[in-house]
Ligand binder design. Structure first.
Ligand SMILES: Cc1cc2nc3c(=O)[nH]c(=O)nc-3n(C[C@H](O)[C@H](O)[C@H](O)COP(=O)(O)OP(=O)(O)OC[C@H]3O[C@@H](n4cnc5c(N)ncnc54)[C@H](O)[C@@H]3O)c2cc1C
Length: 409
């Protein structure tokens, strides 16, 4: 077993439970480092979505997960954790968290489980290659020598947040074994804009705004939700969700933009009536003060600069053209996207081991007899909401059980 993350820990425990002698090799000094920081430290373990919805979250590649999820779906996962003493709760959008709200508890509980299942865990043991005999892996090469192996599960994760240990090693190892790697790229990642607002409202978080992803000026997806202004661009849940599609379009050299509707509850006419009323009723006040009733304080100077309006101008002196510019800005605040933040800062690595070369019923390699895969190393990626961890857990369990069966046969 290579990699003690979400997928590797489940694979190791279930392989041991199925009767295999399991050695879990982890390059870091502790296991589950990424798992311990998931969900902003709260670990969004899974999602209560039904299986079809679940698969759809992974796009075209989702159907690869059908078997793994039928065997170990969200309910089974919650039962599994409850059995280990970790209660879970369901929050908004079906997101499932540990009831105690602490991701490190999930890691702790999995470590104890591995001890009970008699999995030997060797930390600070990086795997850097394999000994191949008769087209099979005969041994695993580590800094401390070559270890014999009857079967190997690669669960090295992707290439994002490398400080947690997943730095792309798994892709190199799989490629050395002849597997095709779909080029890794960032997903669930903040985006960089060409035209930041002035003054820059970095750190401002907005809720209930409409966000549209435009590719070559055509709307491809619209979401309603939360957004954050960063120093060099945009982040927050909605942007992360749209980022995968945005990154793909940027790679095709398409024109990518994000359009924000700051007032999604009002259509253009309603917003205009609201503006007219405010300007009329508070006609003697400065426009900057009037706009504070419509916008977060940090965005007021941005709106006035962008719409070329003097902040001291009284409401009653705002012209129809100025009002039109304001209305347009509030409904169509558009940013040209030039790039995403780097892969190292992405929540998920898109790309990975090509699914065509892995059997979805067993997670076995179709190229090397005694090789199995689990988790983010595979070319699977979904939206936020607990889907990615569920995929890691479910493929981990399936790979562990299949590897144990393989060894016994
Ligand atoms: C900040 C952040 C928050 C997230 N929050 C959520 C969330 O709330 N819900 C959700 O569903 N998903 C979340 N994710 C995604 C989720 O964490 C991953 O999808 C999941 O951890 C993948 O599990 P894995 O076991 O495949 O890989 P990892 O958890 O990355 O584990 C891989 C392990 O392999 C080890 N390894 C790598 N190479 C070698 C080698 N050569 N030799 C030995 N060991 C090696 C690594 O050190 C690592 O421990 C989050 C991701 C990040 C970065």
């Amino acid at each position: 077993m290579i990699g003690a993350g979400a997928a590797g820990m489940l694979a190791a425990g279930f392989a041991a439970r199925a009767g295999a002698r399991v050695l879990l090799l982890e390059k870091m000094k502790t296991s589950g480092r990424k798992l311990a920081i998931t969900g902003k430290g709260r670990c969004n373990l899974t999602n209560t979505a039904g299986i079809e919805d679940f698969l759809a979250r992974f796009g075209r590649n989702g159907r690869f997960l059908r078997q793994a999820l039928q065997d170990f779906g969200p309910e089974a996962l919650r039962d599994f954790f409850t059995g280990l003493g970790l209660e879970t709760v369901v929050e908004r959008g079906g997101r499932v968290f540990p009831a105690g709200g602490r991701a490190p508890d999930v890691v702790k509980i999995l470590r104890s489980w591995l001890r009970r299942e008699k999995v030997e865990v060797r930390l600070a043991n990086r795997v850097h290659g394999f000994e191949i005999r008769n087209s099979r892996i005969a041994g695993v090469e580590t800094g401390n020598g070559t270890l014999p192996a009857g079967a190997v599960i690669l669960a090295c994760g992707g290439a994002s947040y490398p400080a947690t240990g997943s730095d792309g090693d798994g892709f190199r190892l799989a490629a050395d074994l002849g597997h095709r790697i779909i080029p890794p790229r960032p997903a669930l990642v903040p985006l960089i804009v060409k035209n930041p607002l002035s003054p820059n409202p970095a750190g401002l978080n907005l809720r209930n705004v409409g966000i549209e992803l435009l590719v070559n000026r055509k709307k491809v997806r619209r979401l309603l939700g939360e957004l954050t202004f960063n120093e060099d661009g945009l982040g927050g849940p909605t942007i992360l969700t749209l980022s995968g599609r945005a990154v793909d379009a940027l790679e095709q050299h398409d024109e990518v933009a994000i359009r924000i509707d700051l007032k999604p509850a009002l259509d253009e006419q309603e917003l205009d009536r609201r503006l007219q009323k405010d300007l009329r009723q508070r006609g003697r006040e400065e426009i900057a003060s009037i706009l504070r009733g419509l916008l977060p304080r940090e965005l007021v100077p941005c709106a006035l600069i962008a719409c070329r309006i003097d902040r001291r101008q009284p409401g009653c002196e705002i012209t129809a053209a100025e009002r039109r510019r304001l209305r347009h800005w509030l409904k169509n605040l558009t940013f040209e996207i030039t790039a995403s933040r780097p892969l190292a800062e992405a929540i998920i690595t898109a790309g990975g081991v090509s699914l065509k070369e892995v059997n979805p019923r067993t997670m076995a390699s179709r190229l090397v007899d005694n090789l199995f895969f689990a988790g983010e190393i595979l070319d699977l990626q979904a939206d936020t909401g607990g889907y990615n961890l569920q995929a890691a857990f479910a493929t981990g369990k399936l790979a562990g059980q299949s590897a144990a069966t393989f060894i016994k046969s």
